[in-house]
Design a binder for this molecule. Structure first.
Ligand code: ANZ
Ligand code: ZN
Length: 871
């Protein structure tokens, strides 16, 4: 018997127990006749508590996983922990507890929280990256890549805290000072290990063009990050007045430019403060030395460099123009990046804004060499003309356009051996050494005779001791002879183990592959399992990972491929980047300008009839607080709402439904209590409708009433709509809205006959199945009550009976990219969206479209639907 009232907090643990008892989420690699589907949500850092962003992420992933399962796929949805990282060390210092113990305790708490959400996760595949059985394979791969030269050592710049005598992570430097000591941070160069990701730059860039399952925005961000520029390197020889320097200098100065066509407009050369010429010249010029020192103090972030005031100082050195032979002064410029191109720029003030600002400040010549659109010499006194055009003031190149000038210059300079065409990437090699304790040890042994030697396979893993409590002063491993003293595997002499650990981005770069065979004892992955499951069919995570994590994971996939461990070029077929969760912020400002922030749960709101906030008062003292707008839920604004409280008071299904209904997945979601209550109300209504329907009543045997006929049509329309929303459009909010509509129809109908009752039953059963991926607990209970056997999550996804959709029908041709590919019969009054949905649901059309994006659709009513796909 179904209880009259919906009591989610009682029901949900029972349903979860049923799933557990039946091992419903356990995934086997091969299930006869079932296509594999790998659905992955980005794994969390075990900070201790689930936040709303996690709940949103994992709910979306779970809906996709459960939907695909009902579609008959063999679905893999794993979960794990990105368990190394700085917060564990900070917590360790604060609470005097070992990072390992803190991390493992957090994992236990968060696992329980995730389970309470009812996620269809195969927990038997759980991974924890701080465990030796995981990171040993990272170390193993490191040694392979080191031998291949894909990992190499060079000097890298770090933040050094002179008081704490320790290297600081960027986030530990606050306003240029160490976060604990308050000491002014210095830059230091130390040897570090690097992944040669730049060798894969071209492939990482080209791959994006074929990734139709990724949002355009994310691909654009990756393109910019890789930053490919086509240009030329041009060589300027030094004017050898300062012969002592000339001996040390290579004899030439190289620049990288994307605008060789402006070569005749060069009026100075600017080098970065780190450039060898700058260093050399500073030896004789104390004022230059002071300026260079000042430049090196500032931020190294490119954004800061771009916006700061352009400053410079002459070095007293000159170079020779490769074509005119003119002498050109060399300056040190604070806007020149040491790590881009050659760390040197040919200054063309007439055609580059930065150079223009610099030249104006220091009275350097501004000579236009590119004509404007009208073919006139542009007025560049107050502003640079930065577009391309025909050349002027450029000797033999006058009148040529960019391409002609480029070609001619590259020919000419090559013959003089003073330049050549070159591709430049903004992407840098990836430095992975961290002078931290809580990370994966780098498997290298430093031998006084043999140098850097890889730890041999039979000595892996290099286990990180777990009982250590760091104190903030340097790496504890460097003070543990038990850890670092060892013998050289090559010559047997006493040697020292590397005490740096790896960037935690390394662990998250390959976990997706390990999930396919998480307990494989003898290899990084089981090749067969990896071949079976990869690539990930759908990857879901926050937009904040659009660049680094996703780029590193793509890079790793290629590394694994080149090691013969996985197939294919890309790890993630389709990507969904969910938006942030926002909430209102409330504060009071104190006399000293400081603000105290109050949690939304401590504040009572008054709203007008249109829902606008009229007043906000702190519950504690009934006095007003100011509204600071909607912001991302965060500790600093104290506007986080704890998902656990939400689940405890409303149940997981309500929490899930609210998350899905409040906004499309890619948009940001604004938290509000009214929405939560609305979600709960809908589930109560659904419950009530099923309860009401299953009360025994005597009904005559009669034909279907016209309202019931209409209900059937609506039911099948809804099936079609929700299927498309869940599969193609990933539009969960509109899917839920369609279900809400259908429930309204059901509730309006009082059956007059057995046949009518049957129609209602069909609607309710369909509704429950359509909602099952989103609200799995209530669906399981109601479905069982309506006579379903087994688990609702294993029931087949409802199929729309298209013959029922037709009122008075018309047949339309379907065109794809201009060719007739099929036809479709639809109700005369169908909306364009409905016709499109129905057309896309046709097998033949779906096959044509697979993996591509619909760019446009044009409806010629009564005749034709034309679909235009993206190339
Ligand atoms: C001369 C010139 C003339 C330039 C002109 C631009 C416009 P992208 O497109 O990002 O690759 N540049 C080169 N190395 C630099 C460095 N280390 N720090 C700062 N700027 C640097 O940018 C290439 C352009 O950025 C290059 O082309 C160079 O300025 C500058 F009308 O050379 B150009
Ligand atoms: Zn040795």
């Amino acid at each position: 018997m179904l209880d009259e009232h919906y009591q989610p907090t009682l029901l949900e643990p029972q349903v979860q127990k049923t799933w557990d008892d039946q091992q419903a989420f356990l995934t086997h690699d091969h299930v006869d006749g079932k296509e594999p589907f790998y659905c992955l949500s980005m794994f969390p850092y075990p900070s201790g508590k689930l936040h709303m962003g996690h709940v949103r992420n994992y709910t979306i992933g779970d809906v996709i996983a459960r939907y695909q399962r009902m579609r008959g796929k063999n679905v893999l949805q794993p979960m794990g922990w990105d368990a190394f990282g700085l917060p564990a060390e900070n917590a360790a210092m604060k609470h005097r507890v070992a990072p390992a113990a803190w991390t493992y305790r957090n994992i236990d708490e968060m696992r329980a929280q995730l389970k309470s959400l009812g996620l269809a996760i195969d927990w038997s595949r759980e991974l924890t990256t701080c465990k030796p059985e995981y990171y040993r394979w990272e170390q193993w791969l490191f040694t392979r890549l080191f031998r291949k030269g894909i990992i190499y050592k060079k000097l890298g710049m770090v933040n050094w805290d002179p008081v704490d005598q320790t290297v600081l992570a960027n986030e530990q430097v606050i306003d240029g000072r160490g976060w604990r000591s308050g000491a002014l941070v210095e830059k230091r160069e130390i040897p570090m290990y690097y992944f040669a990701i730049t060798r894969y730059a071209e492939e990482l860039l080209d791959g994006l063009d074929h990734m139709h399952g990724w949002p355009e925005q994310v691909k654009a961000m990756q393109r910019n990050w890789i930053g490919k520029s086509r240009g030329m390197e041009i060589i300027f020889s030094y004017v050898s007045e300062h012969s002592s320097d000339a001996e040390h200098l290579a004899g030439t100065l190289k620049v990288f430019t994307t605008r060789p066509d402006t070569l005749y407009g060069v009026s100075y050369i600017a080098v970065s403060a780190e450039h060898e010429l700058a260093q050399m010249a500073a030896k004789h010029q104390p004022d230059l030395a002071a300026f260079i020192h000042e430049c090196l103090q500032g931020s190294v972030a490119e954004a800061d460099l771009a916006t700061q005031e352009k400053k410079g100082m002459p070095t007293g050195r000159y170079v020779v123009h490769p074509l005119t032979g003119a002498h050109i002064p060399v300056w040190v410029g604070n806007y020149v990046l040491a790590s881009y191109g050659e760390g040197a720029v040919m200054g063309v003030p007439a055609h580059d804004e930065r150079d223009h600002a610099f030249a104006q400040r220091y009275n350097l010549p501004i000579t236009p060499v590119i004509l404007d659109r009208e073919g006139q010499v542009p007025d560049v006194r107050s502003q640079a003309w930065t577009e391309t055009g025909l050349l002027c003031n450029s000797g033999p190149l006058n009148g040529k356009n960019f391409d002609e000038a480029f070609a001619e210059l590259s020919h000419k300079l090559a013959s003089l051996q003073l330049g050549k065409e070159r591709i430049q990437y903004r992407l840098r090699d990836w430095g992975i050494s961290r002078q931290r304790y809580w990370g994966c040890p780098i498997p290298i042994i430093h031998c006084p005779s043999c140098g850097d030697v890889c730890v041999p396979d039979d000595q892996l893993p290099v286990v990180l001791p777990e009982h250590v409590i760091p104190d903030g002063s340097g790496s504890p491993l460097a003070r543990m002879p038990d850890f670092h003293d060892c013998t050289c595997p090559q010559c047997g002499k006493a040697a020292r183990r590397e005490t740096d650990t790896m960037d935690t981005f390394v662990e998250s770069s390959w976990y997706y592959a390990r999930y396919t065979s998480p307990h494989e004892p003898s290899r990084l992955v089981n090749r067969e399992a990896a071949g079976h499951w990869l690539p990930v069919d759908h990857y879901i995570g926050g937009i904040e990972h659009a660049i680094l994590h996703l780029l590193y994971a793509r890079f790793f996939h290629k590394l694994l491929r080149d090691e013969g461990l996985v197939e294919g070029d890309e790890p993630f077929e389709r990507l969904l980047t969910q938006g942030m969760v926002l909430a209102d912020t409330f504060y009071r400002q104190h006399a000293d300008g400081q603000r105290s922030w109050y949690n939304p749960t401590e504040v009572t709101l008054e709203r007008d009839e249109r829902g606008r906030m009229v007043s906000a008062r702190l519950r504690l003292d009934e006095q007003p607080v100011s509204h600071g707008g909607m912001e991302k839920m965060s500790k600093s604004r104290n506007n986080g709402v704890d998902p656990q409280l939400l689940i405890q008071s409303y149940g997981a299904d309500t929490a899930r439904l609210f998350m899905l209904f409040a906004a499309p997945p890619e948009a940001s979601l604004e938290w509000n209590d009214a929405g939560v209550e609305g979600a709960q109300r809908f589930l109560r209504r659904l419950w009530k409708a099923v309860h009401h329907h299953t009360q025994p009543r005597a009904l005559p045997e009669q034909a279907l009433s016209s309202t019931a006929e209409e209900l059937r049509r609506r039911t099948h329309e809804t099936i079609l709509k929700v299927s498309d929303d869940l599969e193609r459009r990933l539009s969960f909010n509109t899917a839920i809205a369609a279900c809400m509509d259908l429930l309204n129809q059901v509730q309006r109908m009082e059956p007059q006959s057995r046949a009518d009752e049957q129609a209602v039953r069909e609607s309710l059963t369909s509704l429950i199945l359509l909602l099952a991926p989103m609200v799995p607990h209530i669906s399981q209970t109601l479905w069982q009550h309506l006579g379903g056997t087994g688990l609702c999550m294993d029931a087949a996804w409802p199929q729309a009976d298209t013959s029922l959709l037709v009122r008075s029908e018309v047949t339309l041709m379907i065109q794809v990219n201009g060719k007739i590919r099929g036809k479709i019969t639809v109700a005369k009054e169908s909306s364009k969206e409905d016709i499109e949905t129905a057309a896309l649901a046709q097998k033949d059309i779906a096959r044509l479209i697979e993996g591509r994006h619909l760019k446009q659709s044009i409806l010629v009513p009564g005749k034709l639907l034309s679909l235009v796909l993206e190339p």
